[in-house]
Design a protein around this ligand. Structure first.
Ligand code: FAD
Ligand code: NAP
Length: 486
């Protein structure tokens, strides 16, 4: 069909043809002014799709921080620079002549959603999941207990976490959760410091990790080896981490030998890798590597946190009390059931990596507290015409950047379809940023443009160069704004 259209009408380009097919575009269609709240992957991919498939779409992206890219900047591990290459594509989108970026605008505080709705035909909420799930157990707030979100923010230079100053003076750390964030944290804590020096890890974190005494990390999950949430690439990296030795109990895996062949392929390969590390005796160089390793890490299964055990003075974490669980059901959906048995483990550092969480930013927007998402149908916020959502705030805090990309495209399609079919009224023109600019000025808020961000970027890259790193992030919002305004 696509080919047919381009052949009949040879001067139509591929994307125009596709857009035409979707009944969208072209320049004759009325202007569609869209505001996007949040500049992570969901924001940029939604913007990209809108701009690509509707030539009359104008997109303004509002971001709370003076700097863009959300978790690509503040979540993705510093030793995974290749993942951050998506920033190049986002930068291209930001440079599109119908796209603008307004950083340093905290939607819900500086402007309300209602005000944005007045100024734009459509508002797309892509503000992610900025809180963390809590354990809800005694002792969770003791010194030495941190959420993964805070700890990741600390080593990635998130302004609000820069002063965390975590306690890294004990040899044993426990990480609760068997997801990729848990593995990221374990890897960063155990990596050879010289390899971290070449990354964009925040200088304060590099210094603290260089002095860290942590040499043993136990990752505790409430279910079994067939239910872990981390993926094979991240596990392999952990197994091969220089100067570390994996400690996996053979007894956790022996019963799986007859099941593994029937598992779906990704789960099968992941389980086989865990079984290999647990059950096969290493030989040659690998045996030597493990024997001489100074640090170790392990996976503990079927344990749920019950209580953080305080130190003698009652102030710090000294350990954790876990319930011993059993599983009910099979496969990925198997449920854990606590037994009467408990187990105490000692540790001086505890990180709770049990997932992020979204919260409502404006009382006028429907929010499902139970699921921690904005209730929606293909990105259309329920009972709120003109309002859309995408990314983690739309479907919950799971999924990699590619998942978020598809999600952004899906929401953009919903906006375009509604504009095309009349569900979104685009007959009257909207003031867009002109209106917001006046409002923000009155409120003393000064947005940072994309060129302002690029000044920050230049300073960070230059500072990084001096230290032999790709960048040294600015940590202070005020300083970022000053650099952007130079
Ligand atoms: P976010 O990336 O969180 O973006 C939300 C944006 O909204 C932020 O910029 C935020 O500042 C802004 N915002 C929040 N509130 C407001 C407000 N009130 N007003 C204006 N703006 C606001 N995926 C991979 O593929 N590879 C990885 O290696 C990887 N590593 C990860 C590591 C960690 C620690 C985490 C947590 C996730 C990782 N992911 C990774 C997953 C990936 O980061 C997510 O899929 C993706 O970032 C979700 O995109 P989002 O746009 O929904 O949210
Ligand atoms: P996640 O993948 O959802 O893992 C959360 C873990 O916490 C699971 O093991 C879960 O166990 C456990 N958990 C949840 N509630 C718990 C509780 N109350 N008590 C004990 N354990 C509990 O979340 P994440 O690790 O934060 O990662 C978020 C997303 O980002 C994922 O999609 C991940 O793949 C992605 N990410 C990707 C990369 C990468 O590609 N390198 C890196 C980081 C993050 P149950 O399974 O039993 O619920």
């Amino acid at each position: 069909m696509w080919r047919l259209l381009t052949r009949v009408c040879p001067r139509v380009t591929g994307s125009q043809a596709l857009a035409g097919l979707r009944g969208l575009s072209l320049k004759t269609s009325p202007e569609l002014k869209v505001c996007i709240v949040g500049s992570g992957p969901a924001g940029f991919y939604t913007a990209h799709h809108l701009l690509k498939y509707r030539e009359s779409a104008v997109v303004d992206i509002y971001e709370k921080l003076p700097v863009p890219f959300g978790l690509v900047r503040f979540g993705v591990a510093p030793d995974h620079p290749e993942v951050k290459n998506v920033i190049n594509a986002f930068t291209q989108t930001a440079h599109h002549d119908r796209c603008s970026f307004y950083g340093n605008v905290n939607v819900g505080k500086d402007v309300s959603i209602e005000e944005l709705k007045q100024a734009y035909h459509a508002v797309v909420l892509t503000y992610g999941a900025e809180a963390n799930r809590t354990l809800g157990i005694p002792g969770e707030n003791l010194l030495g207990v941190y959420s993964a979100k805070t700890f990741v923010g600390w080593y990635n230079g998130l302004p609000e976490n820069r002063k965390l100053n975590p306690e890294l003076s004990s040899e044993t750390a426990i990480i609760l959760g068997h997801g990729n964030v848990a593995l990221d944290i374990a890897r960063i804590l155990l990596s050879p410091i010289d390899s971290l020096r070449k990354t964009d890890i925040a200088a304060h974190a590099l210094e603290a990790i260089a002095a860290s005494k942590v040499k043993r990390i136990l990752l505790v999950g409430r279910r079994g080896p067939l239910q872990v949430a981390f993926t094979i690439k991240e596990l392999r990296e952990m197994i091969n981490l220089p100067d570390t030795c994996p400690l996996l109990h053979p007894s956790d895996f022996e019963g799986l030998k007859h099941i593994v062949k029937d598992l779906p392929r990704p789960r099968k390969r992941l389980t086989e890798l865990m079984m290999k590390a647990a059950l096969e005796k290493p030989s040659g160089k690998e045996a030597e590597r493990r024997a001489t390793a100074c640090k170790e890490w392990g996976l503990q299964f079927l344990r749920s946190p019950l209580e953080v055990i305080p130190s003698n003075n009652g102030k710090r974490v000294a350990g954790i009390r876990l319930s011993v669980n059993k599983l009910e059901g099979l496969g990925e959906s198997a449920k854990f059931v606590q037994t009467e048995d408990v187990e105490d483990l000692e540790c001086g550092l505890m990180l709770s990596s049990i997932g992020y969480k979204s919260y409502p930013i404006d009382p006028s927007v429907p929010f499902d507290q139970q699921q921690g998402i904005i209730p929606n149908n293909l990105g259309r916020v329920l009972h709120a015409p003109g309002l859309y959502c995408s990314g983690w705030v739309k479907r919950g805090p799971t999924g990699v950047i590619v998942t978020t990309m598809h999600d952004g495209f899906e929401t953009a399609e919903s906006v375009l379809e509604d504009a095309r079919l009349g569900a979104l009224d685009v007959s009257a023109s909207k003031g867009g940023f002109q209106i917001m600019e006046a409002l923000l000025k009155k409120r003393g808020v000064h947005p940072v443009s994309f060129s302002g961000w690029q000044k920050i970027d230049n300073v960070e890259v230059a500072n990084g160069k001096k230290a032999g790193k790709p960048r040294e992030k600015l940590l202070d919002v005020q300083e970022m704004i000053e650099v952007a305004n130079q």
